[in-house]
Design a binder for this molecule. Structure first.
Ligand code: NAD
Ligand code: UDX
Length: 463
């Protein structure tokens, strides 16, 4: 029986995942640890609006479980020492240096965790890979644990997380499947699989808990993300053909989606996919394929990223050409900065790259997002290092009122599909804009007929 769980990494995955386990298993003590003191303070903030992750439904669960059996702390050693089961949920970003730079996953945080666990652990433990990892990482973790540890026994499981941001809580409470990779050949290996299965079985039907070998589990996570991203790049590729031919991408998506073999989900044409996972995981897959000499396989998957980059620059380019080939000094209002609705996460958001492109043309941007701060927008742009921080400050303005944000703009660009954008008083927005008033709807969420009737020059994706 598991009494104490420790999760290393209190980010977008560690926080919500452990909150749900704590909610569903009130007799298990769940401690989420992180080296980032600020993040832990935010998880412990009395004001639930200040949690570091925004997800619908998360605050209620944290309120219910925090202080009862859910704890957030920076005492990593202590939490490792007390735990029977340790989830590793740290970040695995794309390498920015050395061999595999720009493609391979940087596993330094994973290795640090393994070494820390080995150093601290004085009793047997089950280690669960929750982070997304290159296939065969478990064998590296095993090597470290076995060679640097205190001779205690470790079982290693792979349990990749499939939640999507914005719907994390409902995905966790009602997952399509839970995947557990382990080693059933040994008695201890089977026992570890059983223990983790029992935790999920509290609320997930057993037929949705799938067990495989460790390598299949690790690779399934990369594969799922590659397939999902590929769908978005495929529909985005078709969106450009629609624009040239008079076909409508939403109609095409509906028509193909009714084929039960294709299915209707994940066929929404957009300004391009973002988020911390798709690009990173596909690049990782491309790197793995190349390192086995599988160049055609690597090229095949890389095309998904190339198409996505093209979609973002195509969107920005279209704004420039439509605004008479110059946007220098023109105000362009962004609605949305997050990489999708219902999250405050901006990692790899298409908005960042579209903004950078437009700023290179000396546009003046005005940004509004219901959940993203001014500081975050500037941090995202400064990170690209395209121009000085002062220039970014000079060229970008912010307004917490969307109507003020759009006032006196030449054009509006919708970058995130926040529901509230659909309910705005678009007549009021139109009245306060420069004419002709353009709307570039990078998410196809606004009502084209209504906006055109008001007088807007509307352009969607694949229309
Ligand atoms: P994140 O950056 O939000 O959180 C990771 C946290 O780990 C950070 O707060 C960091 O300070 C902490 N950390 C790093 N090294 C540490 C160490 N040695 N000790 C203690 N804390 C440490 O990342 P995330 O979005 O939660 O992603 C985590 C993993 O889950 C990644 O591998 C990612 O690919 C995978 N994943 C993410 C999502 C998603 O939607 N974000 C979904 C599925 C899987
Ligand atoms: C993704 C996977 O869906 C999830 O299973 C995995 O655990 C983490 O990576 P996430 O990145 O949080 O989740 O969100 P997702 O809903 O997949 O959207 C990713 C990006 O694709 C967003 O920018 C979204 O706007 C875009 N997208 C998605 C489209 O442009 N069109 C679609 O039809 C679907």
């Amino acid at each position: 029986m598991i009494k104490n769980i420790c999760c290393i990494g209190a980010g977008y995955v560690g926080g919500p995942t452990m909150a749900v386990i704590a909610k569903q298993c009130p007799e298990i003590k769940v401690t989420v640890v992180d080296v980032n003191q600020q993040r832990i303070n935010a998880w412990n903030d009395a004001d639930l609006n200040n949690l570091p992750v925004y997800e619908p439904g998360l605050a209620d669960i944290v309120q219910e479980a925090r202080g009862r059996n859910l704890f957030f702390s920076t005492e990593v050693d202590q939490a490792i020492d007390q735990a029977d089961m340790i989830f590793i949920s740290v970040n695995t970003p794309t390498k920015t240096y050395g061999i595999g730079k720009g493609k391979a996953a940087d596993l330094k945080y994973i290795e640090l965790c393994a070494r820390q666990i080995a150093r601290v652990a004085k009793t047997d433990k089950i280690i669960v890979e929750k982070s997304t990892l290159p296939v065969r990482t478990a064998s590296a973790i095993r090597d470290i644990l076995d060679n640097t540890g205190n001779k205690v026994k470790f079982q290693i499981l792979s349990n990749p997380e499939f939640l999507a941001e914005g719907t994390a809580i409902s995905d966790l409470l009602n997952p399509d499947r839970v995947l557990i990779g382990g080693n059933p050949e040994t008695e201890e290996g089977q026992a570890a699989i059983n223990v983790l299965t029992e935790i999920y079985a509290r609320w997930v039907p057993e037929n949705r808990i799938l067990t495989t070998n460790v390598w299949s589990s690790e690779l399934s996570k990369l594969t799922a993300n590659a397939f999902l991203a590929q769908r978005v790049s495929s529909i985005n590729a078709m969106s450009e053909i629609c624009e040239k031919t008079g076909a409508d991408i939403d109609e095409v998506a509906q028509a193909i989606g009714l084929d039960s073999r294709i299915g209707s989900k994940f066929l929404k044409a957009s300004v391009g996919f973002g988020g911390s996972c798709f690009q990173k995981d596909i690049l990782n897959l491309v790197y793995i394929a190349s390192s086995y000499g599988l160049d055609q396989v690597a090229d095949y998957w890389e095309q998904v990223i190339i198409m996505n980059d093209y979609q973002k620059s195509r969107f920005a380019n279209n704004i420039i050409t439509t605004l008479y080939n110059t946007i220098s000094g023109k105000k362009i209002a962004f609605l949305g900065w997050a990489f999708k609705k219902d999250t405050n996460d901006t990692r790899e958001s298409a908005a960042i790259y579209v903004a950078d492109y437009l700023l290179n043309e000396q546009a003046e941007l005005a940004v509004y997002d219901p959940k993203v701060s001014e500081q975050q927008v500037l941090t995202d742009l400064n990170y690209l290092n395209t121009r000085s921080e002062q220039e970014n400050v000079n060229l970008i303005s912010f307004n917490s009122c969307p109507y003020e944000n759009c006032k006196d703009a030449h054009a509006i660009a919708v970058l995130t599909e926040w529901d509230e954008f659909k309910t705005y008083d678009w007549q009021r927005i139109y009245d306060n804009m420069l004419k002709p008033a353009f709307v570039f709807d990078g998410r196809n969420i606004l009502n084209e007929k209504e906006l055109t009737k008001i007088g807007f020059k509307y352009q969607g994706i694949g229309k």
